[in-house]
Ligand binder design. Sequence first.
Ligand code: NAI
Length: 325
Amino acid sequence: MKAPVRIAITGAAGQISYSLAFRIASGDMLGKDQPVILQLLEITPAMDALNGVVMELNDCAFPLVQDIVATDDANVAFKDADFALLVGARPRGPGMERKDLLEANAAIFSAQGKALNDNASRDVKVLVVGNPANTNALIASCNAPDLDAGQFTAMTRLDHNRALTQLAQKTGKHVTDVESMIIWGNHSATQYPDIAHCKVDGKPAPELVERDWYENDFIPTVQQRGAAIIKARGASSAASAASSAIDHMRDWALGTDGKIVSMAIPADGSYGIEPGIIYSYPVTCQGGKYEIVQGLELDDFSKQKMKATEDELREERAAVEHLLG
Ligand code: NAI
């Protein structure tokens, strides 16, 4: 039996975690042979609800679960954590400006960055799901000077998976037939879902679909899918967000076997995106590390879309600059 790994989840009494915690506990993230200790964080007023979640986790009698910690103290939740999924965030309230939202979340993610810095495993892998995810990840990382900035990532895998399905359905193929999908930039409506390098069943995707569909249907559909789910369901994507968080962490930890996936990671100058923001790139993962896929050719359309989402991330950064330490 392998030694257990410690997995911290914040916002653990929320919607996404109600799927996420159970799927991690059943072995979907790290495999059916990897015991886990769940370290669940909530704000104090949500502790009763969190205790209910713990009761249900216990009632599942998951063979892989070695222990469950439920706390409102980030130092306890992140103690020796090998993986940290930062899901909890402040939602936009009535009358709240975008800047207020960025600031409210900046306060949460700077405190959590410090707590990770002081308590987590030195190899912790951090995934920020709570919105605005890319900038929240940047703030957490800037407040964790003893950890490598590359240990902080944000989730664009849900956008990636949404794009796979849209293209598969359009071409009458299965999602597993689609290769090399890319989401560039921010997890927001400026993201750029790029099919220029995609193959469907071995054939170049741009030759299989009309340009008009790509520009005026596919791109906006993927960019606005979150809003469409809220409209249809009356609540934001939860099970699909949890599923994508599991895909992100599993691939990062266990590898992608050469397959390209999208992860928002610290920009390093690749493709002209200068450091200082967390930007979604095409990556492959191996041995617990991710690597940006290099050498892809970009046309003017792509360059312009990539710049627009970069500009938005730099604006978000400017709004919280004073909190970056
Ligand atoms: P929710 O509102 O159901 O749950 C959030 C939970 O976080 C609440 O229980 C709340 O008490 C908790 N929380 C708030 N502040 C906290 C703090 N400082 N420490 C610990 N817990 C805290 O929301 P849901 O649906 O679970 O979504 C969570 C976040 O994920 C939202 O910000 C949402 O916008 C984002 N999201 C991101 C996606 C992505 O693709 N990156 C996709 C879908 C949602």
